[in-house]
Write a protein that binds this ligand. Structure first.
Ligand SMILES: [Fe+2]
Ligand SMILES: [Fe+2]
Length: 183
């Protein structure tokens, strides 16, 4: 089958975080060098905003349109008729945590990341002080770090247990189609 979808998402996280590393270094330079670093920072911010509008956007679409709904579909099957009470409680607790996590990732952090990209793009286009650029760069790298961390430590391991082979294959082929179609 095509690459395991969780592996695909992890690989994309790694690629995006590698670029975020460059942004972090620029934040350091802005801290140390101040306004002298602004001329170098602007094109880097523009490139990062472009990456967010393309690679990161496609990644978000894979999660929002395919991966998260597949998990939600499985959680939706946890009915009140489960065999054992303890097992049921465990499943329920897992379901609640998953729902909360999905809500946070999907409804709060994904839009926040999009807003962050728009801010970076605007700053890169209109210019900004070293302090403004530094703050925006820090915000977006912190947000990506925490967002990917939550997906990698909470969501992906649960999804690994919840999704069966057929579903994983379906997700994997949808991901491939989306890669071909692009953003
Ligand atoms: Fe995400
Ligand atoms: Fe992700």
């Amino acid at each position: 089958m095509p690459q395991h979808p969780i592996k695909t998402l992890l690989r994309e996280h790694a690629e995006i975080m590698a670029e975020a590393g460059g942004l972090r270094q620029m934040v350091q330079r802005l801290t140390v060098e101040g306004e002298a670093a602004v001329a170098d920072a602007l094109p880097l911010f523009a490139a990062f905003a472009e990456m967010m509008a393309t690679k990161l956007e496609l990644h978000r679409q894979k999660e929002d349109q395919v991966f998260f709904p597949a998990i939600e579909a499985v959680i939706g099957q946890f009915g009140p008729t489960s065999v054992m009470r303890i097992e049921h409680q465990q499943i329920h607790a897992q379901g609640v945590l998953l729902r909360q996590t999905l809500y946070e990732l999907n409804e709060i952090q994904h839009p926040a990341i999009e807003a962050g990209a728009a801010k970076l793009r605007a700053l890169a286009a209109t210019g900004g002080s070293a302090a403004t650029l530094r703050q925006a760069g820090e915000e977006i790298t912190d947000l990506l770090n925490s967002h990917f961390g939550k997906e990698e430590h909470i969501l992906f391991p649960m999804a690994h247990n919840l999704l069966d082979g057929v579903t994983l294959e379906e997700i994997a082929s949808r991901f491939e189609e989306m890669d071909i179609a692009g953003v």
